[in-house]
Write a protein that binds this ligand. Structure first.
Ligand code: TYD
Ligand code: MG
Length: 454
């Protein structure tokens, strides 16, 4: 009999090695290698020995039913998925344990079930009673969701093959699922991958939408959901600061929509509340008139979002001053600091610099440069910025303020929230900003801005 080719597979990224080692060369994680059968092979006795069957090849011009989408009943979730669930699609929802994935998906399945669709919630982590308890707390106990506590993929697939095709199936979580076709223990990369494959096949065959929940863990005991990322149609991540009530749903990959949209939720005693106007939320705890804060008029996907940037610049006692950023790109901070030093005569090499984006939001736009620079200078000279002003604009290495996209949308949002003026790039005036109802203070160069604040 052929010797089984056992090997060592990284439980984080799925790389296989033929001997154990402490560190995975592929992803750099430590202690993530576990012994398993890398091929995940089906024993020869089970494998079918039939010849391949022929299938029909089709032309590109053929008629296909347009991807029919179904609203989840939660506008913020639909925004991130690109307008609802596409038939036969599989989504992976990742996030830290305890962030609220089960809560979000209990709410989504309940909304679908209430709208008359067959919605199934399979929990591999919690008993039926626990899921019921959560639903009761959320006031959703009356929703006709079909519920089970199961971990065998074969059993799930045969159960769901009966009756009407479910419109939405939630598998909470993919790490708890196992299939008979591979021998590895549940939770290993091989099992997670094989289970996901079986469920994806079921979705494609029947047209059901499946949401796989995946915990993101660092300790390597549970296979990272990263191994299924390339197999699914969309990867959403549910994020938030532990201490904050805000939760942000973001898409990292989406075959049926844009990836820059975010959905904003607030965790309350009654579950997740959708936040339709995030700016109001992010600005709700503003300390008016304190130095070092500037409001950035940003764009997240198709929606303008106003958020406060907070900076603290303080003399350092260290040889190498500290630079710490939360919610923004550290290399952009370094760039803004370098431009302030080199072109504006603002000396920061003897200062620690901290920058924080309020509310747990993560900003990716370079348009935040100007707001960051304003907050930094304001903190350094200890002079508060005008409380009714918003800032946006990209800073180039020469210190020039470059125009950014969607000026009118940014200004409209600022006006709606009661702001009176905008500090923005020069060319933005002609860009539809002229009749915005705000006082526009255009700056061509960072030096001008620094002179105005200091
Ligand atoms: P849960 O959805 O179980 O997280 P996950 O599935 O991502 O592990 O939610 C966990 C947290 O949410 C838990 O600490 C309690 C909190 N929570 C609320 O604050 N309000 C609620 O209505 C519910 C159901 C949970
Ligand atoms: Mg959970």
């Amino acid at each position: 009999m052929a010797k089984s080719t056992l090997s060592f597979v990284c439980q984080n990224c799925g790389a296989a090695y033929n001997r154990w080692q402490g560190k995975c060369d592929s992803c750099g994680e430590w202690n993530t290698l576990a012994e398993e059968d890398p091929t995940g092979s089906v024993p020869v006795s089970i494998r079918s020995k039939r010849k391949g069957r022929t299938f029909a090849l089709e032309s590109l011009s053929g008629k296909t039913q347009d991807a029919p989408r179904l609203s989840s009943g939660m506008a913020e979730l639909d925004r991130v998925t690109g307008g609802g669930f596409v038939r036969g699609s599989v989504l992976l929802v990742g996030g830290d344990p305890g962030i609220g994935k089960s809560t979000l998906l209990t709410q989504a399945t309940s909304m679908m079930a209430r709208a008359g669709h067959r919605a199934v919630y399979i929990s591999g982590e919690e008993a039926v009673a626990q899921v019921r308890l959560r639903a009761e707390r959320l006031g959703l106990a009356d929703a006709p969701v079909q519920l089970a506590s199961e971990t065998s993929v074969e059993d799930i697939v045969s159960t769901l093959s009966e009756g009407a095709v479910p419109r939405l199936i939630v598998i909470d979580s993919i790490q708890t699922m196992w299939t008979d076709t591979v021998e590895s223990a549940p939770g290993t990369v091989t099992q997670v991958r094989a289970s996901a494959q079986a469920l994806i096949r079921f979705a494609k065959k029947t047209g059901a939408t499946i949401i796989l929940v995946g915990h993101v863990t660092k300790d390597g005991q549970i296979a990272g959901p990263r191994v299924v990322e390339h197999m699914v149609d969309a990867v959403l991540s549910f994020e938030g600061e532990g201490s904050q009530q805000f939760r942000i749903l973001r898409s990292a990959k989406n075959r049926f929509g844009a990836t820059d949209e975010i959905g904003v939720f607030e965790m309350t005693g009654l579950g997740l509340r959708e936040v339709t106007n995030p700016s109001e939320l992010f600005l709700s705890e503003r300390e008016l008139g304190s130095p070092g804060t500037a409001v950035f008029a940003g764009i997240e996907g198709t929606r303008p979002v106003l958020v406060e940037l907070q900076a603290l610049v303080a003399p350092t006692s260290l040889g190498t001053p500290r630079r710490a950023v939360v919610g923004w790109d550290p290399s952009r901070l370094s760039m803004v600091l370098a431009v302030l030093e080199a072109h504006c005569g603002v000396k920061l090499s003897g200062h620690d610099v901290y920058l924080n984006v309020a509310g747990g939001l993560r900003i990716q736009e370079p348009a935040a440069d100007l707001a960051a620079a304003a907050a930094l200078v304001s903190s350094l000279v200890n002079a508060p910025l005008p409380t009714d002003a918003v800032y946006f604009g990209e800073i180039s290495l020469s210190g020039a303020i470059r125009p950014v996209a969607q000026t009118p949308a940014r200004l409209k949002e600022a006006l709606k929230l009661g702001f009176g003026r905008a500090i923005l790039p020069e060319s933005a005036r002609g860009d539809g900003g002229g009749d915005s109802g705000l006082a526009l203070n255009s700056v061509g160069n960072l030096t001008t801005l620094v002179a105005e604040i200091a």
